[in-house]
Design a protein around this ligand. Structure first.
Ligand SMILES: Cc1cc2nc3c(=O)[nH]c(=O)nc-3n(C[C@H](O)[C@H](O)[C@H](O)COP(=O)(O)OP(=O)(O)OC[C@H]3O[C@@H](n4cnc5c(N)ncnc54)[C@H](O)[C@@H]3O)c2cc1C
Length: 160
């Protein structure tokens, strides 16, 4: 049911698409929000085990939307070089569609938090464990199981 990209030359391979998810520093989580208005919220994340992990406050629009509907999409941009005199941008981006779930199992939640912390501050296990123990009960971890992903780059990047 997921659409094919119209401009196939610009489509990234699966490996290149994964690299975009690995390199981008944040993404926009798109949810079906209040009254059916789309809610796109920027978040930090880690891409691991072919899934996306996000931490969240225990309450709020985002978590209410995930509880109401597990169908989500997640968009990242890892390159956006504006070329003013060409009236364009040389971009590389990726979009995933999937199902979100709040990790209720403490072990699953802990693993996901470790992945997220280590992604942003690799190799600082002790500091990470201290940070996790401070915040563990005050946050949710959301896992997005990816059902479909695509990556796209500007036509100009094909030539470089
Ligand atoms: C680069 C970046 C990384 C972030 N990383 C994380 C993360 O990893 N985890 C996390 O939980 N949050 C992160 N945030 C903050 C995130 O964007 C939300 O503000 C936060 O998650 C609260 O969302 P909520 O739906 O619970 O907020 P609520 O306060 O319940 O949202 C209520 C309303 O406030 C407005 N609102 C909420 N967030 C924003 C926003 N960012 N900008 C403008 N209006 C907003 C919207 O109108 C929303 O409907 C990040 C933000 C940025 C910019």
């Amino acid at each position: 049911m997921f659409r094919e990209m119209r401009r196939k030359r610009q489509k990234l391979s699966d490996e290149q698409t994964e690299a975009v998810f690995e390199h981008a520093t944040h993404g926009v989580l798109s949810l079906i929000g209040d009254d059916g208005y789309p809610y796109g919220v920027p978040v930090s994340y880690v891409y691991a085990n072919k899934a996306i992990y996000i931490h969240s406050a225990l309450e709020g629009h985002k978590i209410d939307a995930v509880r109401a509907c597990d169908k989500v999409s997640f968009t990242v941009v890892d390159t956006d070089d504006v070329v003013a005199d060409e009236y364009t941008t040389y971009f590389r981006s990726a979009i995933a569609f999937g199902r979100a779930r709040i990790l209720e199992d403490k072990n699953e939640k802990m693993q996901a938090l470790r992945l997220l912390g280590d992604h942003y501050n690799p190799g600082h296990d002790e500091a990470l464990e201290a940070e996790i123990s401070k915040g563990f009960e005050r946050l949710h971890m959301i896992e997005i199981e990816i059902e479909h992903m695509s990556g796209k780059q500007a036509i100009e990047l094909l030539r470089s």
